[in-house]
Design a protein around this ligand. Structure first.
Ligand code: G6P
Length: 609
């Protein structure tokens, strides 16, 4: 969502903070700002728009100072403008905040009665005033933050400085991540490891409710009730070049092309000649999975589509009932949980507010256990689930998710095979599916070779305003994912339907201005899909068919363009067919000149409800 970086450094803070914000910009990019302490004064610069716009203002009038805080914002309360940008300054306090304070209105009224005047529409400014009010009672900054967070309802990660306490930054977290970077003779705070990797690889992950005070010399953590506490220092495996764009024009393109490696890494040492290794969920996990009678999957966005594919897989192959639901819905309704049900939370970031809240909510619903499928090892979702299966995609920077999706599919395929084997799947079929899964990295690599054809195809979309995606069975979620990619980054309105549903509504939209993209793998539903395509053709719609090389479908049947992909097998086909759809969205967006990696109004990690 928003990004935080703070420094108690031995050098000028502003350049470090700006570099950190650039690494965090994928989290939000409506506005940015920083504040630095200089001779018992706070200096601040803020700007609407990208970090580089704030940087230009700073460079026009730079200031020194080795202690500071900075923020890149994705607006929740108040439009993106300079007044609402962080840091917020009131009295002697400057503060940056990720999350939402739900009781900000009542706090605001109380503080106004005490004489505080507010210049922004944000909930954050209220927090800054509350800290300042506590400082006025003679508390130090740490005490004032501890007292303030006790009065807050909602979610926050904050970093605060005070003009009265040079060289000190206080941070706190509840419901949004905050990390401490342990440098040599300097310390930092950041909302994720990517912001900190430029300065240190030694990271401490704060726990819920923690408050931390950093200076050059020390980083002292306190629990929410003010007791000093020690937290483990982790060596981050992130390398600075993992977050570099390299030769690629956009992170999204780089991440699409990283998929063969990312999927291979996710499968590595988890599947061998004898099948899926039974210990990939740990000893406890193996025992727990042996008792599973059904599964509930919760997730948001692209991760939700991965869950939808898994429903087909697990029901088809393991014959266990599966329900999939977007986390924001699940958390607010009373789902029926039959005995022996496992809850799976799928999340790239592990910090999506709705997914995390749904996982927490599931605790009181009587599940057999919870499993996180996630890309960030120290994330909240991973730490709060009973079992975990990590995707090994590496950092995903492009807001539109690509390699996270295919690695989630790889992880879910491993789970499917494990469960199918447990449920007594035919041995020959099991080993055939295992072989397919092992071929997946190569199959994705081959699918990527279609890029030159996609570049040509993309030209036909540049001036389109709508597009319809069709798939059947486990390729319906693939169609959904293709349409999500197109709308996210090219701003073309796109919808996806199971092809059999076409005649129940969307066919009314089909005319010569409506491109219809169909995913046509080989399989029992191919003939049904061909009939659906005829329905489109008869209405003059422009058809673009992604067909399996093995599928008997020709240009005449397709009645439009046909692009052939080697799906590599029925099981892995959804992952393989996703690739050309990602490339299509990418190249259409490039031709339309949109901001591919940071599309308007969106954010990578949505840590607010
Ligand atoms: C945001 C991102 C999507 C992502 C979704 C879920 O909407 O823009 O790309 O799929 O959040 O994120 P998660 O980290 O939980 O997978």
């Amino acid at each position: 969502m928003c990004g935080i970086i703070a420094a108690a450094a031995q050098r000028d803070a502003a350049p470090l903070l700006i570099a950190g914000l650039k690494a965090l910009e994928y989290r939000g990019y409506d506005s940015a700002g920083l504040a630095v302490q200089e001779d018992q004064q706070l200096r601040r610069v803020r700007a609407k728009g990208k970090v580089r716009e704030m940087e230009a203002l700073y460079l026009a009038d730079p200031f020194a100072g080795s202690t500071g805080i900075a923020h890149t914002r994705w607006a929740t309360h108040g439009v993106p403008n300079e007044e609402n940008a962080h840091p917020h300054m009131i009295g002697r306090v400057a503060l940056v905040h990720n999350g939402i304070i739900e009781n900000h209105a009542s706090l605001r009224t109380r503080l106004q009665a005490k004489g505080y005047a507010f210049t922004s529409e944000t909930d954050t400014e209220v927090m800054a005033a509350l800290i300042d009010a506590h400082l006025s009672k003679g508390m130090c900054l740490r005490e004032a933050v501890l007292a303030t967070v006790q009065e807050l309802e909602g979610a926050y990660a904050i970093a605060v400085i005070s003009s009265d306490e040079p060289g000190r930054v206080v941070g706190a977290r509840r419901g949004a991540p905050l990390l401490v970077g342990m440098g040599i003779g300097e310390h930092f705070l950041g909302s994720d490891a990517q912001a900190l990797i430029q300065v240190t690889s030694k990271i401490v992950y704060l726990e819920e409710g923690d408050v931390v005070e950093i200076s050059r010399a020390s980083a002292q953590i306190y629990t929410g009730d003010g007791m000093p506490v020690k937290r483990a220092v982790h060596e981050s495996e992130l390398s600075a070049d993992a977050v570099e764009r390299g030769e690629y024009r956009h992170y999204m393109q780089k991440e699409i092309f990283e998929q063969p490696r990312a999927v291979a890494d996710t499968l590595e040492a988890r599947i061998g000649s004898g099948g899926v290794l039974s210990n990939i969920f740990g000893v406890d996990g193996e025992k727990l999975l042996a008792k599973v009678k059904g599964l509930h999957i919760i997730a948001c966005g692209t991760s939700y589509h991965a869950g939808m594919v898994a429903k087909y897989w697990i029901e088809d192959y393991a014959r266990l009932p599966v329900s999939v639901e977007v986390a924001s819905e699940y958390r607010y309704r009373e789902a029926v949980v039959p005995q022996g049900t496992l809850l799976i939370a799928i999340s790239q970031s592990g910090e999506t507010a709705d997914t995390l809240a749904a996982l927490r909510e599931s605790r009181r619903r009587g599940y057999l256990g919870t499993l996180a499928i996630c890309n960030v090892p120290e994330s909240s979702v991973v730490r709060e689930a009973d079992l975990k299966l990590m995707t090994r995609a590496g950092p995903e920077i492009g807001v539109a998710s690509t390699k996270a999706f295919t690695t989630q599919l790889a992880a879910l395929a491993l789970l499917t095979l494990h469960l199918a084997n447990e449920q007594g799947m035919d041995a020959a079929r099991y080993s055939e599916l295992c072989e397919q899964l092992q071929r997946l990295p190569r199959a994705i690599d081959e699918a990527l070779q279609i890029e030159p054809q996609i570049v040509q195809l993309a030209e036909r979309f540049v001036h389109r305003r709508h597009a319809l995606f069709l798939g059947r069975g486990m390729h319906h979620p693939v169609a959904l994912e293709g349409s999500l990619k197109l709308k996210e980054i090219s701003y073309i309105h796109a919808e996806a339907y199971p092809a059999g549903e076409l005649k129940h509504g969307p066919l009314a939209l089909v005319d010569e201005d409506m491109p219809v993209i169909a995913v046509a793998p080989n399989g029992p539903l191919l003939d049904k899909l061909k009939s659906n395509l005829q329905e489109v053709r008869a209405r003059g719609g422009e058809l673009i068919v992604f067909a399996d090389k093995a599928a008997h479908i020709d240009g005449a049947t397709a009645g439009g363009s046909i692009l052939r992909i080697d799906a590599g097998g029925d099981f892995i086909a959804p992952a393989v067919f996703t690739v050309p759809l990602q490339l299509l969205a990418y190249h259409v967006a490039v031709l339309r000149g949109t901001d591919v990696d940071q599309p308007r109004n969106l954010a990578k990690s949505v840590t607010v409800e």
